[in-house]
Design a protein around this ligand. Structure first.
Ligand SMILES: NC(=O)c1ccc[n+]([C@@H]2O[C@H](COP(=O)([O-])OP(=O)(O)OC[C@H]3O[C@@H](n4cnc5c(N)ncnc54)[C@H](O)[C@@H]3O)[C@@H](O)[C@H]2O)c1
Ligand SMILES: O=S(=O)(O)c1ccc(CO)cc1
Length: 467
């Protein structure tokens, strides 16, 4: 019998007659049933969150911060349990699931230490002008399946601190750890302040179209982001969109080749490539291309793949069947186009959505594997010979999420980094994110920012008091 989970609505933990099955991507077996939220329950929950807004938005900020600190403690006390759930539903190795959970603790604590700015001045006529930040109302926090818990916490923590009430909607593929978070948080907030609703494909559109929602904080694909924006338009909802990416990594000729190849292997294949800021186009200088490719392929062949709970595993399965089919199709298209695999390219029979790390040897810039965001364990290595050329090619993408530059000459690397059309560019690093610094996509990678004071302010409106 699979385990049954409850959702959190208006302070109550509810099981519903209609449920959705959740699979373990390593086995394709059903591991749990979760409630399939109805339009009626969504409506009831939105109304409860609107009613709770009056009390929560006027609760002093230090008291709201204290509740967030309590949530951080509660998550930390249940870190092992939450990590085990994440591994079962998402597929990622247990150590990485644990890092995700501990990241949630850190994010809650960091937001709890932030304050909302107030600007005050008196003009020549003696009139006082005060500009303050006020909460918006009910926030819909919509998360994807790659980092289900952290990308929910990135939204709920700043939203709650700013005085909003929140409805979290996890992906139907990975609702378990988030529903458990709801259970753990149920007694920490007044009823209606924090709600967690699971449901099928209909729930997201119902939430973004609901007139009672003041803001949508969304992480997911660019295609869905466009639909979310359209659905928010009739009621002019505030919006943050964190969308897809196709990050370039630029490897200059003066690097320690073996070291950078190992780092970029994880940069590309962490979470089996299902990271929006994964290195997805690795540009390597012509003079070191052969040595880099050999070291990169050696790292790929040495990486243990298997179920996330198995000791020593570095690469888990792809998270769900549609994504597995998309990546397999991209591998087939890459082969059919005549591009060469340096390793991988063969997908074993299931059960489980396992795809060995696949490295493509210098395909042309218009190859699908270069242009599209694979969001799976396949990456192209691309030769370059000139800095202006590589900057142009790196920027030749509809996406603008992240990127990285690798060089022994940090000054030169920073100068190249500044020329990349991306929201975050790492120098001799990759994947480093911090709650104190904004994370924002450019071009088709998103609108607005998460994290940092900029991310916090996205959960507020500006109010100027005059006189
Ligand atoms: N920029 C970032 O911060 C970031 C982080 C992680 C993932 N991503 C992107 O997310 C994608 C993979 O995640 P995914 O497949 O879960 O994305 P997705 O867009 O399919 O789904 C994301 C969430 O939106 C919900 N949803 C789906 N259709 C909706 C609609 N019409 N209205 C409202 N909600 C809807 C889903 O149920 C899920 O909860 C990749 O493109 C990846 O790059 C971006
Ligand atoms: O790159 S993302 O997929 O947005 C992402 C989000 C969170 C974390 C940390 O848990 C890592 C990557």
């Amino acid at each position: 019998m699979s385990e049954k989970f409850k959702l959190l609505s208006n302070g109550r933990l509810l099981a519903l007659p209609a449920t959705l099955a959740v699979l373990d991507p390593a086995t394709e077996q059903v591991i749990a049933e979760v409630p399939d939220c109805t339009a009626e329950l969504l409506d009831t929950t939105v109304r409860a969150a609107q009613a709770a807004f009056a009390g929560w938005s006027t609760t002093p900020l230090p008291d709201r911060a204290a509740r967030l600190q309590a949530l951080a403690r509660r998550i930390g006390e249940h870190a092992d349990e939450l990590a085990a759930l994440l591994t079962r539903e998402q597929g990622k190795p247990l150590a990485m699931a644990r890092a995700e959970v501990l990241g949630c603790v850190h994010w809650c604590r960091s937001f709890a230490a932030m304050a909302l700015p107030v600007a005050e001045r008196t003009d020549a006529a003696g009139i006082r002008w005060v500009t303050q930040r006020v909460p918006l109302g009910v926030v819909a926090a919509i998360a994807p399946w790659n980092f289900p818990l952290s990308l929910a916490v990135w939204k709920l923590a700043p939203a709650l601190l700013a005085g909003n009430t929140v409805i979290v909607k996890p992906s139907p593929f990975t609702p378990l750890a988030t529903l458990r978070l709801g259970e753990l948080a149920a007694d920490l907030f007044p009823p209606g302040v924090l709600n967690v609703l699971s449901g099928g494909d209909a729930l997201g559109p119902m939430l973004t179209a609901h007139p009672g929602i003041a803001k949508v904080a969304f992480t997911g694909s660019t295609a869905t982001g466009r639909r979310v924006m359209a659905s928010a338009a009739p009621t002019l909802k505030h919006l943050t969109l964190e969308l897809g990416g196709n990050d370039a990594a630029i490897v200059m000729p003066d690097v320690d080749v073996a070291k950078v190849a190992r780092r970029l292997f994880m940069g590309a294949f962490l979470n089996s490539g299902q990271v929006c800021i994964a290195a997805k186009r690795i540009f390597v200088h012509d003079s070191i291309y052969a040595a880099f490719a050999a070291a990169f392929v050696a790292a790929a062949r040495a990486a243990p793949m298997g179920p996330g709970h198995q000791e020593g595993v570095l690469l888990g399965p792809v998270q769900n069947r549609p994504q597995y089919e998309r990546v397999k199709d991209l591998i087939a298209a890459t082969r059919d186009a005549g591009h060469r695999f340096l390793t991988g390219g063969e997908v074993p029979e299931g059960p489980g959505y396992f795809i060995p790390p696949t490295v493509v040897d210098n395909p042309p810039d218009d190859a699908r594997v270069v242009v599209e965001e694979p969001f799976g364990p396949i990456v192209p290595l691309l030769r370059f010979s000139d800095v202006d050329e590589v900057v142009r090619r790196a920027n030749d993408s509809e996406f603008g999420l992240g990127g990285s530059v690798w060089s022994a000459d940090v000054g030169r690397a920073r100068a190249i980094a500044g020329r990349l059309q991306a929201g975050t560019v790492w120098i001799n690093n990759v994947h480093l994110l911090d709650p104190q610094s904004p994370f924002a996509g450019r071009k088709q990678s998103g609108i607005g920012a998460e994290n940092g004071i900029e991310g916090l302010l996205e959960f507020t409106a500006i109010q100027t008091l005059v006189g």
